[in-house]
Write a protein of this length. Structure first.
Length: 119
């Protein structure tokens, strides 16, 4: 089992920044990557980006390119999502999820952290 805990969300004005954290615990040695997803009110959950435990990243969702940056601290088993130049349309619940080696789907999910951007 892998446990994920997100933190760092909040209410911020447009143009501001936040850094979200995703702390992993449990069977972290079995992980291949950690991904960030978000779900806006009334919309389906969408993939934002992901990072492998070795540090490789996947392409960012188009609307966040140049504004979001994913990174990880292996020693702390924590993945971060730096969000700059926030826009009201970034308002969503942000989730991190874990993909284990040999698996095709994200099996473990955090509880989510709310990001609200005011105009």
């Amino acid at each position: 089992q892998v446990q994920l805990v997100e933190s760092g969300g909040g209410l911020v004005q447009a143009g501001g920044s936040l850094r979200l954290s995703c702390a992993a615990s449990g069977r972290t040695f079995s992980l291949y990557s950690i991904g960030w997803f978000r779900q806006a009110p009334g919309k389906e959950r969408e993939f934002v980006t992901a990072i492998t435990w070795g540090g490789g990243t996947t392409p960012y969702e188009d609307s966040v390119k140049g504004r979001f940056t994913i990174s990880r601290d292996s020693a702390k088993s924590t993945v971060y999502l730096q969000i700059d130049s926030l826009k009201p349309e970034d308002t969503a619940v942000y989730y991190c999820a874990a993909l284990e080696r040999g698996r095709a789907a994200y099996d473990y999910w955090g509880q989510g952290t709310q990001v609200t951007v005011s105009s």
